[in-house]
Design a protein around this ligand. Structure first.
Ligand code: HEM
Length: 188
């Protein structure tokens, strides 16, 4: 297993979130809506560990932060796996609710999935060598785009009193993570 365990963690937490949704939901629409929400909710911390891996070790060099930085690729792949489960759950949720979405409303999230796919396919040494400086461009831009989609998804829930707890959870974590990245940049 070695450094690869974050990938397993992403798969297991994603599937556990779906099971929890299926277990507790009242009907198919509610079950898959919960599964969609909970897969995103457990995916966020895994994403943020990937987003922060290099900043944490720069700010606080310790065995734990070094280990996270060294296994960063596997944290990223763990997030991709967990968010693939979100994709499955949200397709089932949209099917079950019969809710129609406009194509325009699917563009930001759909683009995020293309970004996640591109980052996953290039998370290996051969792709890093082949892409050279473009590898860093793709991964830096990509990780900030995913951060933005998470932040906007939760910020959009701030105005809904029923969703305030998860909105605060998401917005606070995303903004704290951004602050840590900015601190690490200043330190550099
Ligand atoms: C076209 C692509 C996507 C669609 C159609 C979609 C759809 C959904 C649906 C149906 C829900 C459950 C809504 C509810 O019942 O309240 C949901 C929740 C959520 N999604 Fe997605 N999603 C997409 C992509 C993404 C991406 C790429 C991200 C993050 C990078 C993301 C983050 C979230 C978050 C944060 C929640 C709320 C989680 C919570 O309640 O804690 N989604 N999405």
């Amino acid at each position: 297993m070695g450094r690869r365990w974050p990938l397993l963690l992403g798969i297991v937490t994603g599937l556990a979130a779906v099971l929890a949704g299926l277990w507790t939901g009242a009907d198919a629409a509610d079950q898959w809506s919960r599964a969609a929400r909970w897969t995103a909710r457990v995916g966020l911390p895994i994403f943020l560990i990937t987003y922060l891996a290099s900043s944490l070790v720069r700010l606080w060099p310790r065995p734990t932060t070094r280990a996270i930085a060294q296994s960063r690729r596997w944290w990223g792949l763990g997030f991709a796996a967990c968010h693939t489960v979100h994709l499955y759950a949200l397709i089932r949720a949209l099917e079950a609710s019969g809710e129609q979405r406009t194509l325009a409303s699917l563009i930001p999230g759909g683009t995020a999935y293309l970004v996640i796919a591109a980052m996953t396919l290039t998370s290996n040494d051969a792709a890093m060598r082949a892409l050279g400086r473009n590898w860093k461009r793709l991964h830096t831009l990509g990780i900030h785009y995913i951060w933005l989609i998470f932040t906007l998804a939760y910020a959009g829930r701030l105005s809904d009193p029923a969703r305030l707890p998860e909105a605060i959870y998401g917005v606070a974590l995303c903004l704290a993570a951004l602050a840590i990245r900015l601190m690490a940049r200043r330190r550099a």
